[in-house]
Every structure is written in C-alpha cells, then in structure tokens.
Design a protein around this ligand. Structure first.
Ligand SMILES: C[S@@+](CC[C@H](N)C(=O)[O-])C[C@H]1O[C@@H](n2cnc3c(N)ncnc32)[C@H](O)[C@@H]1O
Length: 210
C-alpha cells in the first residue's frame, strides 16, 4: 500500500509532460529503460479518454509501455490517478492535441502499435475537416510505426468507418491485416461498453505499416 506522498509522486510521474514541445522525443525520454526491460515496445492510444482500455492493456502486458494521448486534462489526470492506484509503471497519459503529438513529438519508428478507438466521428459535413483520419495523419502515423507496426481502429459509426478505412487503404502505405474476434486479448474501451450496451455494431480494422 502506497503512502499518500508516494501515491502523489507516482501519479505525477504517470501524467507525462515532455521535456520539450518543439522537437522529436526519444523513446527513452518517455519511459526510462531498465536492465530488465531495455527496449520495451511502445504502444500509443490516441484519444484515450478515461483510459480503462489503456490501463487494462498495460496491466496485461508489463513487458510493454503504453502512452495515452488525450486533449482533456481531467481525463488525462484520471488515467494517471488510476495508473498510480493500480501500481502500473508502464503507462502514462499526456494532455496534448494528438495530431500535434503524432506529427511532431513522438519518436519516429519508435512505436509498435497505435490504437485509435472510437474517435469523434464529426458526422456533419461542415465539421468534416475535424475528422482525424486524413491522408496527412496516415503519413504521420506511418512515420511513427516501424515496418510491420500496427494501427488498430474501432468505431461504432458506419459512415466514418468506411471513410476512414478508405483513406488508410488509399494512402498506399498500409497493408490490411485480418482481425478475427478473439485473435488476441484486446480490452473494451469505456465508449465501447456504452455503445455495446445500446446495441450498436462495432466495426474494427487492423493495418500494418508497409
Ligand atoms: C469518443 S471518445 C473515445 C475515448 C476512448 N478511446 C474510448 O473509446 O473510450 C474520444 C476521445 O478523444 C479525445 N480527443 C478528441 N480530439 C482529440 C485530440 N485532437 N487530441 C487528443 N484527444 C482528443 C476526447 O477528449 C475523448 O476523450
């Protein structure tokens, strides 16, 4: 059991603030390598929300590191608080605009998997420019993933699924990979639980960087 001071220290460590915002980070600046885990693969959850997916995945994979990107400070803080409470040292949350982090901050070729789960679909045509999956974003994601690195995508929104997967396929730099039910452990997200509770159909796609 952690003392309140220890809990506070661990929580602060889980809320990641980069040492600089105007240069690309090295992987070791986000998670310090240890003798037991000199080169742990890094996974990134884009728009991690309250983080239950990220925290469950991190708990299941102590050999890997997990970074959540979230624009709302309250949500990023909640992820950090839960990580500290659960004693997880392989998960951090960063409050940031994810397209900025993906383009400018995160280590190129340094990410093993990117999770994009239930991003805001921005269904109105006048808001289309806000949709995250655009050709530029595909190129930015591709730069982060080493060859064979994976991009996993889920949404409840049929039109957005079709549009986003068409953009990813059309980029010509990803290969679609089968993702059969139960292929590997993949925790539910907070929003997914809600949509499943409402009887919505969840669509998913998995791509490997060429
Ligand atoms: C619909 S929620 C999904 C949350 C989580 N992935 C889940 O499935 O439970 C979308 C999340 O993305 C965050 N978000 C939206 N735009 C973002 C951006 N530009 N950068 C970082 N986070 C963003 C929102 O604040 C919200 O927490």
């Amino acid at each position: 059991m952690l003392t309140p001071d220890e809990l506070q220290r661990v929580r602060a460590a889980c809320l990641y603030e980069p040492p600089a915002y105007f240069r690309t980070l090295q992987k070791h600046e986000i998670f310090t390598p240890t003798a037991e885990r000199p080169d742990a693969p890094l996974e990134v959850d884009v728009g991690c929300g309250d983080g239950s997916f990220l925290l469950d995945l991190a708990a299941a994979h102590p050999e890997r590191d997990f970074l959540g990107l979230e624009k709302l400070l309250g949500r990023a803080r909640k992820v950090a608080r839960q990580a500290a409470r659960r004693g997880l040292t392989n998960v951090k949350a960063m409050q940031i605009d994810s397209p900025y982090a993906v383009r400018h901050l995160l280590p190129r070729g340094g990410v093993a998997r990117i999770h994009l789960l239930f991003p805001d679909p921005w269904p109105k045509a006048k808001h289309a420019k806000n949709r995250l999956v655009q050709p530029d974003f595909c190129r930015d994601v591709h730069r982060l993933l080493g060859r064979g690195g994976e991009w996993l995508f889920k949404t409840d929104h049929a039109e957005y699924f079709d549009e986003a997967t068409a953009v990813i396929r059309g980029s010509g730099i990803f290969r679609e990979v089968d993702w059969p039910e139960g292929a590997f452990a993949y925790p539910l997200t907070d929003f997914e639980r809600q949509w499943l509770g409402e009887g919505k159909t969840i669509r998913r796609a998995r791509f490997a960087a060429e």
